[in-house]
Design a protein around this ligand. Structure first.
Ligand code: DC
Length: 218
C-alpha cells in the first residue's frame, strides 16, 4: 500500500494555521482539511435547535449536510462561508468541540480527506488524535496580542466591527477551553516542530513548514 504523506498543523486560534496550511497544500498540490470548519458547521447547524443534548449534537455531526466547493462552504443549500468565520460561531464551535461524542462522529469524515497525493490537515488535534501516524507535524503559535491583532485586521477587512481588548480576552478564554478539555486538548504532538509565528511573515512560516516536510518525509 502506498503511504500517503500527511502534514498536520495544529495550534490556537488566529495563530496563522489556516493561511499557512492552505498555502502549503497549494504549493505541494495536496488536499487541505480545515477541521475547525467542521466544528463551526456543527455549531451553526445546532444553533437552529433548542437546547440540544450531546447525543443530538453527535447525530448532527454524523449526518452533517455540508459541502465544500472551492473556498465556499454550504450547509444544505445555504452558502454559510462568511457566517462560519464569525467570532460567535468560533466560540460556539469551541463548546461543541469539547464533547467527546461530537469529536468521534467527525473522525471518519476527517480521515476521508487523506487521499493521494497527500494531505495538509489544520486543527487542534490533527497530530495527536486524528492523524497520529503523520510523519510531518507542526505546532504553530503566536503571542495572544499578535493573534488578536491579526483577527482584528481580518474582521476590519471584512467590514465588521471589533474591539481589540475584547478580542484578546475572548481569545484567552477560547484557548483555555481548548487546552484544558479532557478530550483531545490542544497540545503539541510528540515530535512536532514548534513554530512561533509572532515575528514571522506568512511566507517565512510557509517556508519553515515546507522545510520541515522535506526533512521528515519518507
Ligand atoms: O480553527 P477554528 O478557529 O476554526 O476552530 C474553531 C473551534 O473548533 C476551536 O475553538 C476549537 C474547535 N476545534 C477543535 O476542537 N478541534 C479541531 N481539530 C479544530 C477545531
Amino acid at each position: 500500500m502506498k503511504l500517503i504523506p500527511v502534514i498536520t498543523i495544529d495550534g490556537p486560534s488566529a495563530s496563522g494555521k489556516g493561511t499557512v496550511a492552505a498555502r502549503v497544500a497549494a504549493r505541494l498540490g495536496f488536499h487541505y482539511l480545515d477541521s475547525g470548519a467542521l466544528y463551526r458547521l456543527v455549531a451553526l447547524a445546532a444553533s437552529k435547535l433548542e437546547n440540544p443534548g450531546e447525543a443530538q449534537l453527535a447525530a448532527l455531526a454524523q449526518a452533517l449536510p455540508a459541502r465544500f466547493e472551492g473556498d465556499r462552504v454550504f450547509l444544505e443549500d445555504r452558502d454559510v462561508s462568511d457566517e462560519l468565520r464569525s467570532e460567535s460561531v468560533g466560540e460556539a464551535a469551541s463548546r461543541v468541540a469539547a464533547l467527546g461524542s461530537v469529536r468521534e462522529a467527525l473522525l471518519a469524515r476527517q480521515h476521508a480527506y487523506c487521499r493521494s497525493p497527500g494531505l495538509v490537515a489544520d486543527g487542534r488535534d490533527m497530530g495527536t488524535v486524528v492523524f497520529p501516524a503523520a510523519r510531518t507535524k507542526v505546532f504553530l503559535s503566536a503571542s495572544p496580542e499578535a493573534r488578536a491583532e491579526r483577527r482584528y485586521k481580518q474582521l476590519m477587512e471584512k467590514g465588521l466591527s471589533a474591539n481589540l481588548t475584547a478580542l484578546v480576552s475572548e481569545m484567552r478564554a477560547r484557548d483555555e477551553r481548548d487546552m484544558h478539555r479532557p478530550v483531545a486538548p490542544l497540545r503539541p504532538a510528540p515530535g512536532a516542530l514548534l513554530l512561533d509565528t509572532t515575528a514571522l511573515t506568512i511566507d517565512e512560516a510557509v517556508e519553515a513548514v515546507l522545510e520541515h516536510y522535506r526533512n521528515t518525509r519518507l
